[in-house]
Every structure is written in C-alpha cells, then in structure tokens.
Design a protein around this ligand. Structure first.
Ligand code: PSU
Ligand code: MN
Length: 313
C-alpha cells in the first residue's frame, strides 16, 4: 500500500536519493522565508540555513507548496521566488488540502511542515522559535497549531524554544499535558527565541549530542507517536536582553488590540514591530538562531542515523 497515493509530493533529486539511502535529512519550513524575515535577508538566510544543515552532516529539505505540488527540497530558484513574492500565503495544516486541490502556492509553518515531513519519512526538523500559547489565550483561544501538531507527528524538532510574543509558561504546560518531551542542550532553561532564557526551567538538560540521539530513539522505540523538542539557546554574541523586548512587546500588544489584528496575522505583526524598534537587531538574531539550529539539527540527525544503523546490525 502506498500511503502517499494521490498526494502530490515532489522530491528534489538530492532528497529522494538521501531517503533511498537512509542518509540524514533535516526538514525546513518556508513560512519563515515569506513571513519571518524581509527581502533580501530572507533569501540569504534560507541559503545559509541549508549550508548549515550540510555542515552539520545532513541533507536540507526546505518544504513549500507551489502550484498545487508539495516541494520537498526547494531549489535555490524556488527559494528566491518565495523570498520576493508578496502574495504567497502562510499555510497551516488546516489549509493544505484546500490549497492543493486548487493548485495554489503557499508557505508552510512549523505545523504544516512537520505534517508533510512525516508523510515523506523525514523525522528531523529545524527552526528558530516555535508557535505556542499566545498571551491572553484564555480570552482569544489563540493556541498555535504548531503545538497540536507536535502531539500527532513523530518529529525531532530543534528550536530555540518559543517566541517571546507568547505565554511561555502556558506553552510549556501544554507540551507537558500532551507528553511532548523538552530537552535543553547545554542549558538549565527553556530559551525564548532570540533571548538566552525564558526564565522557565527546562524539564531536562542534556549536554551531549549522542545522548540526545539515544533519547530520541528510546522515545519512539517506546511507542510514543508524538514529537520531541530539543532546544538550543542563541549564541551569546547575538542574544538580546529579555527586558528590552518585553517593553516593546507590551506596547505592541496594546496596538494590535486597537488595530484589531488577531488570528494568524498577529505573529508577523508583533515580530515586525519588535524588529523595527530594535533597529533590525531581532531580525539578525532570528537569522543567527535559524542558522545555528540548522547546523545542530544536521549534526543530531547524522548521529541519530549512525546509532540507529548500529542498532539494526
Ligand atoms: N518563528 C520565527 N519566525 C516565524 C515563525 C516562527 O522565527 O515566522 C512562524 C512559523 O512558521 C510558525 C508560525 O510555525 O510562525 C506560528 O504562527 P502562529 O502563531 O500563527 O501559529
Ligand atoms: Mn494563532
């Protein structure tokens, strides 16, 4: 039985070969290209992120939807096209089938990218900050579909925790309720995207990549059908002070309410305000996190493949 029957998956040659050979692959999202960073930084960063995955020892697979086809491994030209486009929408998992049936294009978020990665048998993913429970969610019910998808797809997700714009305490509670493990690499704290720490203690700290790969293998061997979060804090030289972001954010949230910006537009709005108010430092920090996480995920995927191969022999 072919479970991909009728799903228009289009693999790049390199990703198809890597899947065939059982080589390590890291999936990457495209929404961060269209909605996370401005042009031309987005295109440059996307390319550096791919290079970083390779440096880590794995093959990058940037995922996006173009004219009704799911691209698994976007070419440089396709990345460039997404970077410049103004009309490619942000696509969550609720939107995928509608987009495909109408043969449209879209940029995938963490949630929709991991759903596709799992279909394609890719189980490592790297991004910057995941979506989570928004501040005021007790009123708005705004909880990112990223969290829901972690409860359903078997993917090891390397990230710098969740975005500062969120309620990070509630985000961690949600993950705990759903049995999604969090492992923080070389830190006692859950990071906050471009800030070193959220102030919340991480449930687990592991300092060694091979041990993290062992944990991932054990988690799935044990029968879990959900994801794992492996957090890595931003490098010291690019980190931004939490208090500085907090002040800007509090004002931006009030403005968003006044302007009635909500739903899936809020993330991009708040991130743009913070970036403007920090004279572009947060966008640079965002790029730094994406690149260092990509290299780490490449490394982890490669160690994971070598230990699982050993286990089979
Ligand atoms: N992290 C970033 N930049 C982004 C996002 C995350 O550094 O643009 C995007 C991701 O695509 C993530 C999405 O999946 O924001 C979450 O959006 P929402 O909060 O609407 O679920
Ligand atoms: Mn939302």
């Amino acid at each position: 039985m072919n479970k991909n029957y009728n799903i228009p998956l289009k693999f790049s040659e390199e990703v198809a070969d890597a899947l065939h050979d059982g080589s390590p692959i890291v999936a990457l999202e495209s929404n961060v290209i269209t909605h996370g960073l401005p042009y031309p930084d987005n295109a440059l960063t996307a390319k550096k992120v791919e290079e970083a995955v390779r440096k880590g020892g794995a093959i990058p697979a940037t995922i996006g939807i173009k004219d009704g086809e799911i691209l698994i491994g976007m070419s440089f030209n396709e990345i460039e096209q997404f970077s410049k486009a103004k009309n490619i929408p942000k696509i969550g998992n609720r939107d995928i089938s509608i987009l495909l049936a109408q043969r449209n294009s879209g940029a995938t978020t963490v949630a929709s990218t991991i759903m596709i990665a799992e279909l394609a048998n890719i189980n490592f993913f790297a991004s910057a900050g995941i979506g989570g429970v928004h501040r005021g969610a007790e009123q708005t019910m705004d909880i990112s579909a990223d969290l829901m998808q972690f409860t359903k797809s078997k993917v090891a997700m390397v990230c710098a925790g969740a975005k500062n714009i969120l309620d990070l305490g509630l985000t961690m509670e949600y993950l705990e309720t759903h049995g999604v493990p969090i492992i923080s690499y070389q830190s006692d704290y859950f990071p906050a995207f471009y800030c070193k720490s959220s102030g919340f203690k991480s449930p687990h700290r592991i300092d060694n990549i091979t041990k993290i790969a062992d944990v991932i293998q054990m988690h799935w061997a044990f029968g879990n059908k959900n994801s794992m979060l492996i957090t890595k804090s931003i490098n010291d030289e690019d980190a931004i002070d939490e208090r500085e972001v907090e002040d800007i954010l509090n004002k931006a949230i009030i403005n968003a309410e006044k302007k009635k910006i909500s739903g899936n537009a809020i993330t991009k709005y708040l991130m743009q305000i913070i970036d403007r108010e920090t004279q572009g430092r947060t966008a640079r920090a965002n790029a730094s996190v994406l690149i260092s996480n990509a290299e780490f995920a490449g490394n982890l995927a490669s160690v994971y493949v070598s230990i699982t191969k050993e286990a089979v022999l």
